[in-house]
Design a protein around this ligand. Structure first.
Ligand code: ADP
Ligand code: ADP
Ligand code: MG
Length: 643
């Protein structure tokens, strides 16, 4: 076994590799970009080497700098993770030329599988069924159109160098073929520097079932299948193992095909053979076809680990250091069922746009395996994949594991960026998915309903208003309350509500014209007489209500209010509930725009409230030590003409 390795990656996968190394007593060297100086993977590793700027080309893709870092720190081997340099055969050559070990397959095996057309030809030779189609050299558009017609519509145009769902176009109507070809080719040229495409028959109602393989360079075993059919735009969202509806016979046939594929290229290390499967009927021996091989550890490898009990990273290290395959095929078994959900910073209603932000609050449940590269306070930067975490659950049956996933997601708390959390929860509650009726079109078919089910809940918003008004103690989730007999407007960025406090533990919140009766006792909350399983959390970015259909309310931005928002206005209001720390002016005093009027302490931070314009203070409406609500008037300037 190695005594020290370098991990040429970042984020959750770098942390994941460090975990196994720590268990095996292997020292770790992290690498990082300017954007990742304080990142979790850097903090976890024994040593860390700075690579360069935040752009991948200046850091995580700098093979030369990474090899030099390994040599400088005395690492014997390099683990590439996934993405970045993991499937770059030139990097493998460079690592080996430097006398280091690449923890993964040979450059030759990566080259053999690197282009989808060559890989398909190779697999055909090895007797592995491939998707019917055209994967020849001739890239003449007219020729490709003829091939598409021969294959039969619909067809799928795919970039031969493709990955991550890019450069792919489904074509249903021959009239659309040329346009689709053009756009697939230009996307492929931009993303991969290679415009070549292949044409495949589009499998209707397809399922994505992939086999985890592991080789020692000569022999290979498989660690069963994963079903990754729950996809959006060809990107995996929730994965599971084993595949619903899989029979022992089918598993044997698909497993044997996968092992044949791996052995045909002398595969060493962890790899995945992806098959497309006809999901319009039961799984059958003539209904699955090779799509591609990923010559690396896969994002969703933890579901395989959960059902087999194997640590795939440990296997990678052992085989790379020269040990034989750690298990024989007949020693591998499946226990129970596992799911993985990919939690991303993304704006679901805006069309799943990647999002960024500082994670003002981050708490994961104890009832799931969590793979993450971030901690509370860390930022999701625009430079990299906006993944926040993977949540993995395991149970005796599929139903139990899926319920556990739902519960784990409901118990997850993320604030500071929008996320797909509630969308994932909606998916775990989707009837067809619960029944195991999965195909790659499920999400697209039911997208509207899934997105609607993930919209913030008005009753949870009523609770958020209570939180914003300071009636829920921010330190105790949903905790102790103050009694403030008041009828007031509570305002936040993008909205406001009328709050009427009836007495201790009772209030009415009127939001968008609808009144909600809220009652509370300790940390139990009722809205409109229904007990809520929500949690109200105060953090640096505002108030969040968790527990499914998350609500975030950001207090009015003090700067926006002081400058743009109420420029020229006479009244300075408290932008959020908080404690007046100090007041810096007195009635009659002349002030200039930008002068500090008062300091408010809220959400664990101090906020200076400044004068919006030049003027004379007419009235000071608050004193140091006052607890004020959002929107409370604090300082009033004399009218302009009086000034
Ligand atoms: P998987 O099949 O393992 O789920 P994907 O094909 O979705 O993987 O890609 C895995 C990860 O690798 C993604 O999270 C993505 O960020 C990264 N990735 C994929 N392709 C590239 C690429 N060409 N360059 C850099 N990173 C990539
Ligand atoms: P990538 O390298 O981008 O991961 P793949 O070839 O693995 O590309 O395909 C990605 C996804 O596209 C698959 O998981 C599947 O959902 C869909 N897909 C690929 N080939 C076909 C096909 N022939 N018919 C229908 N869907 C397909
Ligand atoms: Mg793929």
């Amino acid at each position: 076994m190695f005594s020290k390795i370098l991990i040429a990656n970042r984020g959750e996968i770098a942390c994941r590799v460090i975990d196994s190394c720590r268990r095996l007593g292997v020292a770790t060297v992290a690498v990082y970009s300017d954007a990742d100086r304080g990142a979790r993977h850097v903090a976890l590793a024994d040593e860390a080497v700075h690579l360069g700027g935040p752009a991948p080309a200046d850091s995580y893709l700098r093979g030369d700098a990474i090899v030099a870092a390994a040599q400088a720190t005395g690492a014997q081997a390099i683990h590439p993770g996934y993405g970045f340099l993991s499937e770059n055969p030139d990097f493998v050559d460079a690592v080996e030329a430097a006398g280091l070990v690449f923890i993964g397959p040979s450059a030759r095996a990566i080259r053999a599988m690197g282009l989808k057309d060559a890989a398909k030809a190779l697999m055909e030779e090895a007797g592995v069924p491939v998707v019917p189609g055209y994967h020849g050299e001739n890239q003449d558009p007219a020729h490709l159109a003829d091939q598409a017609a021969r294959i039969g519509w619909p067809v799928l145009i795919k970039a031969v160098a493709g990955g991550g769902g890019k450069g792919m176009r489904r074509v249903d109507d021959p009239a659309d073929f040329m346009d689709a070809l053009d756009s697939a080719r230009s996307e492929a040229r931009n993303a991969f520097g290679n415009p070549a495409v292949l044409i495949e028959k589009y499998i209707l109602q397809p399922r994505h079932i992939e086999l985890q393989v592991f080789g020692d360079g000569h022999r290979a075993v498989h660690l069963f299948e994963r079903d990754c059919s729950l996809q959006r735009r060809h990107q995996k969202v929730i994965e599971e193992a084993p595949a619903p509806g899989m029979t022992p016979e089918m598993r044997k046939i698909m497993g044997a095909a996968a092992v044949r594929a791996a052995e045909a290229i002398g595969y060493k290390g962890a790899g995945t053979i992806e098959f497309i499967v006809d999901g319009s009927q039961d799984l059958r021996p003539d209904g699955f076809w090779f799509m591609e091989m990923n010559t690396r550890l896969q994002v969703e490898h933890p579901v395989t680990e959960a059902i087999t009990g194997v640590d795939l990273v440990e296997w990678q290290l052992r085989v790379a250091s020269g040990e034989p395959l750690p298990a024989k095929q007949e020693e591998l078994t499946i226990t129970g069922h596992a799911f993985e959900a990919r939690l991303y910073a993304e704006d679901v209603p805006a069309g799943f746009l990647p999002a960024t932000g500082r994670l003002a609050h981050l708490e994961f449940p104890g009832n799931a395996r969590i793979e993450t590269g971030v901690r509370q306070g860390d930022a999701i930067s625009p430079w990299y994949d906006p993944m926040i975490a993977k949540l993995v659950t395991h149970g005796a049956t599929r139903a139990i594991a899926l319920r556990a996933l739902e519960a784990a997601l409901v118990d997850t708390e993320v604030a500071g960026s929008v996320t797909n959390l509630d969308f994932l929860i909606a998916l775990t509650r989707h009837e067809g998915f619960r029944e195991g009726e999965v195909d790659t079109g499920l999400i697209a078919r039911d997208l509207d309903a899934l997105v609607a089910a993930a919209e913030p809940d008005p009753r949870a918003r009523a609770l958020a208003v209570i939180g914003l008004a300071g009636l829920a103690d921010p330190k105790v989730k949903g905790g102790v309350t103050l009694w403030q007999p008041l009828r007031r407007t509570i305002a936040w960025q993008g909205g406001e509500a009328l709050l009427e406090v009836h007495g201790p533990g009772a209030a009415r919140v009127t939001l968008d014209g609808t009144a909600h009766e809220v009652r509370w006792q300790g940390d139990r909350w009722w809205v409109d007489d229904a007990l809520r399983r929500n949690r109200i959390v105060a953090h640096d970015a505002g108030i969040s209500v968790f527990g499914g259909r998350t609500v975030h309310l950001a207090p009015l931005d003090p700067l926006a209010r002081d400058t743009a928002g109420e420029a020229g206005e006479a009244l300075t209001r408290s932008p959020m509930p908080g404690l007046v720390k100090s007041v810096h002016v007195a009635a009659g005093q002349a002030v200039r725009a930008g002068d500090r009027l008062a300091v408010l302490e809220a959400m664990k931070m101090e906020h200076s409230l400044t004068a919006a314009r030049d003027g004379v203070v007419a009235e000071v409406l608050a004193a140091a030590g006052d607890q004020v609500e959002a929107g409370a008037p604090l300082i009033r300037l004399a009218e302009e003409d009086a000034a």
